[in-house]
Design a protein around this ligand. Structure first.
Ligand SMILES: Cc1ncc(COP(=O)(O)O)c(C=O)c1O
Length: 407
């Protein structure tokens, strides 16, 4: 379109707050697991919008839901409820441990609601000093000031003045470390069952079980941030369902709207009762447009075919990565579950993941890293097997170029 003519990274640098360093190409359209840029170069998408596009780009059922709702009712605010939100809340309740839902627009907002709820519950049901939140190194929970402070990566939280108080961080998967800091003043333990941004690190079953027991002993709430690991990404609707450890509060976002912004916080009746009218809220959360797309997404994702397909695609990707590793020997370890996979670089290549991403883009592959030494694979849950094979062939060429093989 004429109004977009000449828009490029120079424009980006002129008009955007300098908090991102986007790739050099600008995607303009997508279909399934393929994307095209301004010059009509085609890319295979192994990034999935950072674990958002569970059903790929422009899935017909989601596009249809958006179109239908777009011609019916967009927004009413929470001064009124709406049918799409009620339907989606019921589906989330039917599929999980939860009995109450709060909708918001982003992962950070769902977590913000979760942490406020945990504090409110502890203060009103127990005592006013029960405010300690135990969280983990490398955790990521969003960028509002509360969530970034609960996150375990100081580089994101520092430099903004005094932080919300009474948050303590300990090493992930280290039950003894949790035991050392846990007491009756603890209101919540917050964790990602699989740390995503922090390096694709799954919790061990013993750790989750142990944390659950400690929470019960000290009457603290267990909060699972499933913003990245949820909505089918690991082959179950939520990752906690692999472990059989039930949280008190769970947050979900990203894939919940398949690319349309929506998030939710799920909890039980008893905990929800700590809130009252006016104690929390949002203008857009749970709007009819977002919830209509969310309804279409969950109907497809929460089916045995799609969930079983995640396991199958996991195996295909791991197998392809193992073959690449036989050839190049650059990976030290593969970890993660379902289609949240991390390929950890060997010690000699530490810090170099961004270089590989750049070569991958040049070969027509969109890929993510998790930190500087891990490649992260979060494609669509229904990525066609051919696209996995073609994407891996492109990654093969990218690695060869990066290592300067054949030059
Ligand atoms: C586990 C987790 N929690 C929270 C967030 C924040 O979500 P949002 O960027 O939608 O606020 C992310 C985003 O990457 C995440 O991975």
């Amino acid at each position: 379109m004429a109004e977009h003519a000449g828009k490029n990274l120079n424009t980006f640098n002129q008009v955007m707050l300098p908090v991102y360093a986007p790739a050099s190409f600008i995607p303009v359209r997508g279909k399934g697991s393929r994307i095209w840029d301004q010059l009509d170069n085609e890319y295979i998408d192994f990034a999935g919008g950072i674990a958002v596009l569970a059903l790929g780009h422009c899935h017909p059922a989601l596009a249809e839901a958006l179109k239908l709702q777009g011609e019916k009712l967009w927004h009413v605010s929470n001064v009124f409820t709406n049918e799409s939100a009620l339907t989606l809340a019921q589906k989330l309740i039917d599929a999980t441990f939860a009995q109450k839902v709060f909708f918001a627009n982003s992962g950070a907002e769902a977590n913000e609601a979760a942490f406020k709820l945990a504090r409110r519950y502890a203060i009103t049901r127990h005592h006013p000093h029960k405010t300690k939140i135990i969280a983990f190194h490398q955790a990521f929970h969003g960028r509002t000031f509360f969530t970034v402070s609960v996150g375990g990566q100081p580089k994101y939280a520092d430099g903004f003045g005094p932080k919300p108080a009474d948050i303590i961080h300990v090493p992930f998967n280290d039950l003894d470390a949790v035991k050392m800091v846990m007491d009756d003043d603890t209101c919540a333990v917050v964790l990602e069952p699989i740390q995503g941004e922090g390096g694709v690190t799954p919790a061990t079953a013993e750790f989750l079980q142990g944390v659950r027991e400690l929470c019960d002993k000290h009457q603290a709430l267990l909060v699972f941030d499933e913003v990245q690991s949820g909505m089918g990404r690991t082959g179950k609707l939520y990752a906690y369902q692999h472990y059989g450890v039930i949280p008190d509060i769970l947050t979900t976002a990203k894939a919940l709207g398949g690319g349309f912004p929506i998030s939710a916080m799920l909890t039980t009746d008893a905990i929800a009762a700590a809130m009252e009218i006016g104690s929390h809220g949002t203008t857009y959360g749970g709007n009819p447009l977002a919830c209509s797309v969310g309804n279409a997404a969950i109907d497809i994702i929460n089916t045995p075919e799609v969930l079983a397909g995640v396991e199958k695609r996991h195996d295909l990707i791991i197998h392809a990565l193992e073959k690449l590793n036989q050839k190049y020997g650059i990976f030290h370890e593969f970890r993660g579950k379902g289609l949240l996979i991390g390929a950890v670089l060997q010690a000699e290549y530490q810090g170099k993941s961004k270089e590989i991403l750049q070569h991958a883009a040049e070969q027509g592959l969109m890929l993510l890293s998790a930190g500087e030494s891990i490649l992260r694979f979060t494609p669509s849950l229904i990525i066609p097997e051919n696209d996995i094979a073609e994407g891996m062939a492109r990654l093969d060429r990218a690695i060869a170029r990066w290592l300067k093989w054949g030059e």
